[in-house]
Design a protein around this ligand. Structure first.
Ligand code: DAH
Length: 343
């Protein structure tokens, strides 16, 4: 079989083997190829075994030719094997020495900035900072806040429920923190809580399904509406400047009695009337009131002569007025051009 002609054929064998190798798609095909050419009964075994039958002058050259063909094909085989294995497990491609991509950085988010400012103001007044869970139960979000099942006031908050039985929900306000704090700490107490709240609202210029609130609560013997007024006027003047005027109007919340809605003179037009305040000259900024006796009862506060006030406000709304932002969606778009302005 191995004569001069078959040595010429060697080139064709190599050519064929290279072509086949190029078309291999997985390692099992590759293994078939290896057996075909380099197996015990493979093509190269048969070529090599016929060397002795060559004339003695031809043998050395034939040996060299066969060896170099084998070497070439073995190298190509290994390369192909490498490629196919890498394809199978892409993690082989990871180069741990490449320096990381530096993330784009802006500055603290306006919601963080305003939250920190609010915390600092209330810390001056000796308020403690608390948090509560974002996933709440019906009890804390509604029931303990004087809204038993089927209470119409529940409609004030479009709620994301988490289960069929409506036992768990995403808190619609930070007011449940009042109850959690009163269960743990007995009066006197003064706290604020800042955190995310959720409502099944549209996502438009003035609504977002997720936003932030600050909640306040002060409970002691002899707390009156005057204390509420003093604390909130101080807070709003610190936040918006001493020139701001504060207005209290009667309102309704199930968890406070009496309840109030608090507005400030428009920070854009100073009360003259503009687009931001809808020509009213006033911007509604807080809900507040005296803690309802039922809320005390549900929270396990049963001492006599204990009264308290509570309030709640939206952080996004405050931030929009402070920084002149006209679309709440800006806070959640992660647009670096927007975020860099708050450095
Ligand atoms: N929880 C109310 C809301 O989300 C805001 C609020 C009003 C909180 C009056 C209070 C309060 O603590 O006393 O609309």
């Amino acid at each position: 079989m191995c004569d001069e002609k078959s040595l010429e054929n060697l080139e064709k064998v190599v050519e064929g083997a290279v072509k086949e190798l190029e078309e291999m798609k997985d390692s099992s095909e590759l293994e078939q190829w290896r057996i075909k050419y380099f197996g015990r009964k493979g093509i190269f075994a048969s070529i090599t075994s016929s060397i002795p039958r060559l004339s003695s002058e031809l043998r050395p050259a034939a040996g060299t030719k066969i060896n170099s063909a084998k070497k070439q094909l073995t190298r190509m085989f290994e390369e192909k094997l490498n490629i196919l294995q890498k394809k199978k497990s892409p993690e082989v491609d990871v180069n741990f020495t490449i320096p990381g991509i530096v993330p784009e950085r802006a500055s603290l988010h306006p919601i963080t900035l305003v939250s920190r400012e609010i915390v600092a103001i209330f810390q001056k007044l000796g308020f403690g900072i608390h948090t509560g869970p974002e996933i709440e139960t019906d009890f804390y979000n509604f029931e303990a806040l004087n809204m038993p099942e089927d209470h119409p006031a529940r409609d004030m908050w479009d709620t994301f429920y988490l289960d069929e039985k409506k036992r768990f929900l995403l808190r619609t306000h930070t007011s449940p923190v009042q109850v959690r704090v009163m269960q743990k700490i007995s009066p006197p107490l003064r706290i604020i809580a800042i955190g995310k709240t959720f409502r099944r609202d549209a996502f438009d210029a003035s609504h977002s399904p997720v936003f932030h609130q600050v909640e306040g609560l002060m409970v002691d013997t002899g707390i009156t509406f005057s204390n509420l007024k003093a604390v909130l006027v101080f807070f709003l003047k610190e936040l918006f400047g001493s020139g701001v005027r504060v207005r209290f109007l009667p309102s309704y919340f199930p968890f406070t009695e009496p309840s109030a809605e608090i507005s400030i003179s428009c920070v854009i037009c100073d009360g003259k009337g503009c687009q931001t305040c809808g020509n009213a000259g006033w911007l509604e900024i807080l809900g507040a009131g005296m803690v309802h006796p039922e809320v005390f009862r549900k929270s396990g506060v049963e001492c006599k002569n204990i009264t308290g006030f509570a309030f709640g406000a939206g952080i996004e709304r405050i931030a929009m007025l402070k920084y002149g932002i006209d679309d709440i969606r800006q806070f959640y778009l992660n647009d670096m051009r927007f975020l860099r302005q708050f450095g």
